[in-house]
Design a protein around this ligand. Sequence first.
Ligand SMILES: *Cc1c(COP(=O)(O)O)cnc(C)c1O
Length: 813
Amino acid sequence: MKLNIYTISNQIQAELSGTAAQDIETISIDSRSLQNGPQTLFFALVGPNNDAHLYLEDLIAKGVQHFVVTHIPENCAGKATFLVVKNTTTALQQLAAYYRSLFDFPIIGLTGSNGKTIVKEWLNFLLSPDYNIIRSPKSYNSQVGVPLSVLAINEQHNLGIFEAGISTFSEMENLERIIKPTIGILTNIGTAHDEGFPNIGEKIKEKLLLFQEAEILIYHKNKTIDAFLNPKLKTFSWSCKDEAADVLITKKAVLDKTVLGIRYKADNFEIKIPFQDDASIENAIHCMMLLLYFGYDQQTIEHRMELLYPVEMRLKVKNGINNCSLIDDSYSSDFQSLKIALDFLESQKQYPKKTVILSDIFQSGLSNEELYSKVSQLITSNKINRVIGIGATISEFKNKFINCVTFPDTDAFLAAIDSLNFGNETILIKGARTFQFEQIVAALAEKTHETVLEINLNAISHNFNFFKSKLKPTTKMMVMVKAFGYGNGGFEIAKLLEHHKVDYLGVAFADEGISLKNAGIKLPIMVLNPETTSFAAIIQNQLEPEIYSLKGLHAFLKIAEQKNLKHFPIHIKLDTGMHRLGFEANTLDDLIAVLKGNQTVAVKSVLSHMATSDDPAHLEFALSQLDLFEKLSSKLIQELQIQPIRHILNTSGISNFTEAQYDMVRLGIGLYGVSNDAEEQKQLENVGTLKSVISQIRTISAGESVGYGRRFVAERTTKIATIPIGYADGISRHWGNGVGFVMVNNQKATIVGSVCMDMLMVDVTEIPCKEGDQVIIFGKNPTVNDLAKALHTIPYEILTSISQRVKRVFYRE
Ligand SMILES: *Cc1c(COP(=O)(O)O)cnc(C)c1O
């Protein structure tokens, strides 16, 4: 895009402040992106839980010159050009709607409860031989995602595919104004997001708003929807039973495919698709309908539909060989998604050295010369150390990149892989589907078991912002990442928290803090339980100890004095009733005597910990702790004449005793998506999903037994599946022998017999499944809370028990 700043200012009805010299070429809302530059217009979005105005000073320092804001922060006035508006999200939407109006090629608008992203990706695949397509990247379908997608249109595009997702009233009208689809597809109306609507009718009505001005709507004919359709809207419908539909379809499973019989006007023909599940079949039919509408001949439809493939929408971080970390984006290659993947690489890089393995890029709408120049700029601004190009076209433009090797195809790369010396680097693997980069991922990935704990980084951000929004904006946040981030991963989570500008990390032991510092985490880190033997290491690594006894204080002072330290930060823990660690009331005078006038250390914070913040039955006790904390900490402050950060609340404290937030809170389990309050739980997002696969399936007869000690004896013919996860992975033996279950294809499969060290067996007699199918141990269903309840323990123990041999895979949606 190229837009004049005055035009933009007019379109969003802004008040302009500053001298605007530049044309705008990119729009950004992500303060962390390395792609922000002088030609970027940065929209400072304000959410219920966060406010991008906080980052403006940093951005100006990095060279960003143009901002859309609700107010000009004091420290930024006069330093850049500001477009001041009432609401920055609305302004972004207005700009997108204006920008959309500059183009008049066909635009396909997709909405529905499920399947939007898959239909969009498949249509892109099916139509790309004939069109220059602009589509929403990933699942950018929200009030912010849609405008960003539309603002990426350029002059060369001649077809658009955008998806719109809504969760409540009035959202669709905004999106309609921005997308203005000429062709509509309603994928399906399920139960997702029903909370935002009183009933299904209201939901359908709202979704149909997307198609107000479309020339045609493609949909699965259905009486409920028909009742709400505007009679003026032309439709092109399909059905498996309703003769009134334009296209009548029959389905038949053949081996691992589905054969669809199509009756359209006078024609009858068959197509094959490589799927058998209902959702994929429905999605594929919607795509086929569009091809029919566009007038494709039967042969082309048949040929292209058979090539449809499973869509992986997520960027995943995996451990690689030789200490590498891999970012797997091996399913698409277009300019927009490359930008997103590079931002993700920056936010997740574990090693300073960054490598990108990149295939030819398709459908940019630009000439190759222009395209690879832009790609090279992008690679340079993201400070990528080496580029490995795979494909004929990227090879041709090799000299546009610094430190680049190229290969004609994936096989040639794989043959040369050993000579490329991969080690200690973060590698982004990004290729178009046809290049089969999954082979590269397989070659570079550390060989792991099939059991993984998947961690949703978006959910962590959501949960963080949720708790932050309960607090005053000035209250600091310490996030507890002890025990390997409650089992979820240390470095990756710390890195994400650094982006969220948390004030402190908390760990239990010095070695946890040291490994975070070694991995490049710059945040201050408090060590809750520093052992005397680790004091030297604490000082050397600039960790900050919690001091909880006079003995500890003297020992620390001794070492600190030997090293001639001045004002080394320490944290004083008070015991207000937990009776675990901390100075009790009667030791306070001695503590004050030692610290008074001491120059070696500085009391950075004063803290205590609550024993019953989660339990209303002990309200009185909790209040007495808060009371005592107020008393003891005030005394320290007065006598020592200091201004430390005071903090006492953990997760449930934040929810139940918000008024006692003092200067900082310590968020733990809530970040990982667990609450002991049912209402609050609904507002958190699930973070971890423990997954495995079926290794083997067998059928046993009545009277036969399963596992050690023959603790399960079949009463009837029983189908048994074996799953490669056991108590050595952290699955309690109490979960076996008919107590617990795993989910196989969304159905409960009871664990039969005892859980073994590395495996367990489940009853799948009633569940359609095959070897290799995915198994969920916990995640959205059952939740860690469900498991904890059934096992008479707490979610903390379940999470931290997952052993380190279970690989953690981090992803963003
Ligand atoms: C673990 C811990 C927390 C966090 O507790 P959650 O219940 O997980 O929020 C806070 N403070 C201290 C001292 C802790 O040990």
